[in-house]
Ligand binder design. Structure first.
Ligand SMILES: CC/C=C/CC(=O)SCCNC(=O)CCNC(=O)[C@H](O)C(C)(C)COP(=O)(O)OP(=O)(O)OC[C@H]1O[C@@H](n2cnc3c(N)ncnc32)[C@H](O)[C@@H]1OP(=O)(O)O
Length: 674
């Protein structure tokens, strides 16, 4: 399980041989112990290299061995023997060094890693703490804050990050064992005391309490998120109807109408949940493409999960009459109000009595759709997020006439599909997209004032979003928002000369997004957006000088002077305006609790989970601080209403800024007055 060989005259090479990932089973630990002993006792050996066979260093303890009676030698004396060795020991790290594998590497005097290696202490994901020296050695090597982050998240890091942190001494692109052997030869006979990590003092930090407090805050946010996820299931409507007073109807057979990207994803998600699906698309070509796409996605999913695909549950049709006897329809046709209204009229005429009519609209007025039907109480929104079979979030939207039974049915169906469903009221953009609007608006204003897409995205990504606002917009397609702005009469042709008006409908408006679209830059799909992607459909964002020139010309045309903008301002303006909108939504009763908003943002919009969600984050930052900063920005931007602190924020601050779980006492009073 571990083999000692001799290379380059004086190097003892110990190779872990426990395929496939060289875990530290009893036999492997025994093998390492014996090989080390032999190498250290052999006068010919002047240095030792430890590596793993087949390109993997070591994936840690053998999880299958965990139990009350672990046999074989203990890991602790083994790692002690390595550290006190009087010959240099070098770890040649390839593939993975995880858990006990990384701890083994930490006891070596030097660490050489291949550039593709992943390293980490993932014990926390198994409900454990690193027990073979990791908690003591890592802080002495890379400092307390970085160690805390790695140990409490279990995150795997790249070799490049490990080098930056000082966790490895050298990263190689060539043969790792060769590099480690050469390195070992170069350090033979050198003193080793400074290389024994356990002998180093634990770093002293003047602000240690603050570091631990930051980690505790993350833990509190994760715990909050855990309970928030469960709380959203206990939904309620302004009428007083709620989860425990409303009975869901069974849905055995559902229809999906319109098989574009969203319709296909919804079909897959329904089939995977064991619901029989009638998939309808009037265009023959689109129908055939959808059939193939759905089939391939279900096959792939089945292969990954090891269950048989659910294709037998789906029937396809190009005739809308096929929905006549289903229990529930999810409409997913183009986002066009008059088209959707027509579809709802047809559905109301065709479907059997009692069929629930749901729309996947992301922003259109549900009441308009319901008014086209004979039974508006049977109409609800089911707003899925793309890709619909992957994304966890589902907004279940109730209109003014939706019955509690209809909401309960959509919520239960969402649960069956493995979604985290949140019941929300019918306002423009519902909860998620409505809050996104001021966030995006601020990012455009920041560009006008001197920022770049890179600066804004960097601030948001360092905050924890997987993508900043501009990279995210490029991914979802800039033309989508452009179409909506045109329909709203906001986007007017800008052209290359002439006057640009920045005040539209009495409030400031930035046409920057429209200008990009006028140039055919719709984001990743066209290969050009706020960034350049090399080709249509490209994924790797690169800075684009064209955008910098555009911004300079635009500012010159408007007589705007660019000023330095820091990350703090980006975060405050983008996040606090989004938070303010969330508070307006609570105040107006379109969300029943801050947990609803937070779950929507964490599971639908990439809000970092360790920051709880926008409402939780606001209470962590301090509501008084959020209020003070919004007041400050609104004073200097009175034509930007989204910066005006909402009434609820003022009331919460006036009530002593209660923790987020106590907000309901105040929001209930306001909502009752509505
Ligand atoms: C000694 C002191 C105590 C320390 C505590 C610990 O070390 S706890 C363990 C910490 N380590 C881990 O959590 C690593 C878990 N493994 C992985 O993350 C991945 O397997 C990998 C190493 C990144 C490799 O991923 P890859 O996708 O390439 O392969 P698989 O995941 O399919 O794994 C291949 C097979 O190996 C088995 N396996 C992997 N790790 C372990 C392990 N630690 N113990 C036991 N078995 C492990 C895995 O189950 C696969 O087996 P199959 O039979 O082929 O399904």
């Amino acid at each position: 399980m571990a083999q000692l060989s001799y290379v380059s005259g004086s190097v003892g090479l110990i190779t872990l041989q426990n395929p496939p990932v060289n875990v530290l089973s009893a036999a492997t630990r025994q093998g390492i112990m014996e090989s080390m002993k032999k190498a250290l006792n052999d006068p010919k050996v002047k240095s030792v290299v430890i590596c793993g066979q087949n390109g993997v260093f070591c994936a840690g303890a053998d999880i299958k061995e965990f139990g009350p009676n672990i046999s074989g030698p203990s890991i602790v004396p083994l790692i002690y023997d390595i550290e006190v060795a009087n010959k240099p020991v070098v770890a040649a790290i390839e593939g993975s060094a995880l858990g006990g594998g990384l701890e083994l590497a930490l006891t070596c005097h030097y660490r050489i890693a291949h550039s593709k290696t992943r390293l980490g202490l993932p014990e926390v994901t198994l409900g454990l703490l690193p027990g073979a020296g990791g908690t003591q050695l890592l802080p002495r090597l890379i400092g307390i804050p970085a160690s805390l982050e790695l140990i409490t998240t279990g995150r795997h890091i790249t070799a490049a990050e490990a080098l930056q942190l000082g966790l490895v001494d050298h990263v190689t692109q060539s043969d790792t064992v060769d590099s480690a052997v050469k390195f070992a030869l170069s350090v033979e006979g050198e003193p080793l005391d400074s290389r024994r990590i356990s002998k180093r003092p634990c770093p002293h930090l003047p602000d240690l309490d603050a570091v631990f407090e930051a980690v505790m805050q993350k833990a509190r946010a994760l715990q909050y998120s855990f309970f928030a996820q469960r709380a959203v299931g206990r939904w309620s409507m302004p009428s007083g109807a709620s989860w425990n007073t409303s009975k869901a109807r069974p849905v055995h057979r559902a229809a999906v109408l319109g098989l574009g990207t969203m319709g296909r994803g919804i079909t897959v998600a329904l089939a995977q949940a064991g619901v029989s699906v009638v998939a309808v698309e009037i265009q023959e070509k689109q129908l055939n493409e959808a059939r193939e796409h759905v089939y391939a996605t279900l096959e792939r999913g089945a292969q990954q999960s090891g269950v048989s695909p659910s294709c037998a549950n789906i029937t396809y049709s190009h005739d809308i009459q096929a929905v006549a006897d289903v229990d529930l329809v999810i409409e997913a046709v183009l986002e066009d109000l008059s088209l959707k209204e027509k579809v709802f009229q047809q559905l109301s005429a065709i479907c059997k009595p009692g069929t629930l009519l749901c729309s996947n609209t992301s922003s259109l007025d549900l009441n308009c759709l319901a008014s086209q039907t004979k039974n508006p109480e049977l109409v609800v929104g089911m707003h899925f997020f793309a890709p619909a079979h992957v994304m966890k979030l589902l907004e279940v939207v109730y209109g003014s006439k939706s019955s509690p039974e209809a909401v309960a049915t959509a919520m239960q169906l969402g649960k069956k599909m493995g979604k985290i469903s949140v019941a929300v009221g019918n306002c423009r953009g519902f909860v998620g997209n409505r809050m996104l609007k001021p966030y995006i608006e601020q990012s455009y204003f920041l560009l006008e004032e001197g920022a770049t897409p890179e600066l804004v995205d960097k601030a948001l990504e360092e905050f924890g979003f997987p993508m900043g606002v501009f990279r995210m917009s490029d991914l979802s397609g800039l033309d989508v928002g452009w179409r909506v702005r045109k329909e709203d009469g906001l986007a007017e042709p800008v052209g290359t000369s002439g006057q640009i008006t920045r005040l539209r409908g009495g409030r400031r408006y930035s046409p920057l997004g429209d200008i990009l679209c006028e140039h055919g830059r719709f984001g990743q799909k066209t290969g050009l957006g706020w960034y350049q992607y090399g080709r249509p459909g490209g994924r790797v964002a690169k800075s684009d000088p064209w955008v910098f020139n555009l911004l300079e010309e635009y500012r010159a045309r408007l007589g705007l002077t660019a000023r330095p903008i820091d990350q703090q301002e980006v975060l405050e303006r983008c996040l606090y305006s989004l938070i303010n909108e969330g508070l307006c939504i609570l105040e107006e009763g379109f969300a029943s609790s801050p947990e609803d908003i937070d779950v929507i943002y964490v599971f639908g919009y990439g809000w970092p989970k360790h920051r709880g969600g926008p409402m939780f984050y606001a209470s962590m930052v301090g509501l008084a601080t959020v209020l003070e900063r919004l007041d400050h920005y609104y004073r200097s931007n009175p034509d930007v209403p989204s910066l005006k602190p909402c009434k609820l924020l003022r009331q919460l601050v006036a009530s002593g800024s209660p923790p987020v779980h106590k907000w309901k006492e105040i929001t209930k009073k306001i909502q009752n007055r509505l």
